[in-house]
Each structure stands twice: as C-alpha cells, then as structure tokens.
Design a protein around this ligand. Structure first.
Ligand code: ADP
Ligand code: MG
Length: 239
C-alpha cells in the first residue's frame, strides 16, 4: 500500500482510472505560476481541499476528469486553478498577440456563471488572463465584442453560448479545456443537446466534468467526450 493510497484513504478520496497522480498536500507542490500561488494566498487558500488535492495534479497532467464532491468543498477552484495555469503559460510562451479562447466553462445558471467568472478574475489577477461572461440578460453584442477583443476563458450557460456560436463565427479551435460544472443540473434543465453541440465545436479538449451524483448516464456522456477518464469522488465511493 503506497503513500498515495494511504493519503486517499485518510481523506476519503475515491478514484477510478489509469495513471492517477498522487494527491498533493500543498498548492506549491504543483507547478503553478508564482502569481497564481500569490493570488491564492491572498484569497485565503492556505491548504488545498481534498477535491483540489486530487483534481489539480491530475488536471495539470492533462487528464480528463469526472468529479463529485459535496457543496462548499472547493470544486470551483479545482477547475479554475488548472485552467488559469494552462492559459497563463500558453500566453506567456506564445509570441503571437492574437489571443483566442483556450478554455470554456459551462454552468447551468447565470448566477453560477457570474460566481465562477468572479473567482477566475480574483485568482487570475495580474496574469495574462482574460475572461468573458456569456449569459442571458446581457446584450449579446457586448459579449461578442469582448470575445473578439481576445479572452482566454469563456464562462457561460449552454443556451447563450449556442446562440452566440450559431449566429456568429467564434473561433474555439484553440480551446484546450472544457469545464462542465453541475452537469447533472444542466441535464435536468434540458441542456443536453446544447452541451453536446458545444463539445463538437471544440477540437478534442481535456474535459473537467462535475456532478453531484455520478449516474451511468453521466459516465456515458463523460466517456463519449474523452478517453481515459479519471473519476474522483470525495467522501463517498459511489455517488
Ligand atoms: P463548491 O464545491 O460547492 O463548488 P466552491 O468552489 O464555491 O464550492 O467553494 C466554497 C468556498 O470555499 C468558496 O468561498 C471558496 O472561495 C472557498 N475555498 C475554495 N478552496 C479553498 C481553499 N483551498 N482554502 C480555503 N477556502 C477555499
Ligand atoms: Mg460549485
């Protein structure tokens, strides 16, 4: 029984899949931009939460994940930290100043999108990292303009993003990470087709999918989007 196994057992981190990195006990054990680590400290993130301990190193290794953990367990930062890291590194290493979306995050509601974008701005402060909010209730022209000006992350609801995609030509070819927060809720709201349509507009992204419960249906959707999915459940082995 190795160290990683013991740690998972202690923290009730249940995993399924191949080549799963060990959970990390400190953010500084992950290779993250210095400025991002500073922002996390400023935000009061002393230690990673169990979901972050397992998800962040796996996501930084390029793995696609299906994740389940209780409300309030820090799932948002578990996908935003790898997203911001990938985006900032890409911009810093890319000599072109034409900036295009590198990550798309979908959530079921406008309010949740606003919270996620807010947290992304806080964590991404001072890094070459811009966000666009794509939700109903705001003029679509302004959202389109913002994307055309150059953003790395789009946070949106499936309905509005599909509207934007079908009516305008948005280049999502460079998108490397596709985040789906509260995917069970998106399905309940009837967004299944829109979610799949958005996925098909991307070129084989890494998928970070979150759900309160992991049903067979959700597992099927996840494995239709990516191979070698790692499943992470915190607190309960079967959700
Ligand atoms: P959920 O898992 O329900 O999506 P959130 O991601 O919204 O939960 O996180 C709940 C709260 O915990 C937020 O206010 C967030 O800023 C805070 N938080 C996240 N990660 C940490 C951490 N490592 N240390 C301290 N607070 C954290
Ligand atoms: Mg959440």
């Amino acid at each position: 029984c190795d160290q990683a196994e013991l740690l998972r057992k202690k923290l009730e981190i249940y995993v399924k899949g191949d080549v799963i990195p060990a959970p990390v006990l400190a953010f500084s054990s992950c290779s993250l931009p210095q400025k991002l680590l500073q922002n996390m400290e400023t935000a009061g993130y002393g230690m990673p939460t169990p979901v972050q301990m397992q998800v962040i190193p796996a996501a930084l290794n390029g793995k696609s994940l299906l994740v389940s953990a209780d409300t309030g367990s820090g799932k948002t930062a578990s996908f935003l930290i790898p997203i911001i890291s990938v985006c900032a590194n890409f911009v810093l290493n890319n000599f072109s100043n034409h900036r295009k979306p590198l990550a798309v995050v979908l959530t079921p509601t406008r309010e949740l999108c606003i919270q996620v974008e807010d947290q992304a701005k806080t964590l991404g402060k001072g890094l070459p990292f811009k966000t666009a909010l794509v939700v109903g209730g705001d003029p679509m022209a302004r959202q389109l303009y913002r994307i055309q000006q150059g953003v790395e992350l789009i946070v949106g609801t499936p309905g509005r993003l599909i509207d934007l995609l079908t009516k305008h030509d948005i280049d999502l070819n460079d998108v490397q990470i596709f985040g789906l927060d509260e995917v069970d809720c998106m399905l309940q709201r009837g967004f299944r087709d829109q979610v799949m349509q958005i996925f098909r507009a991307l070129s084989k992204p890494q998928v970070l999918m979150y759900s309160a419960t992991i049903s067979q249906d959700i597992e099927k959707i996840a494995s239709s989007m990516a191979t070698d999915i790692i499943t992470v459940s915190i607190g309960k082995p079967n959700r």
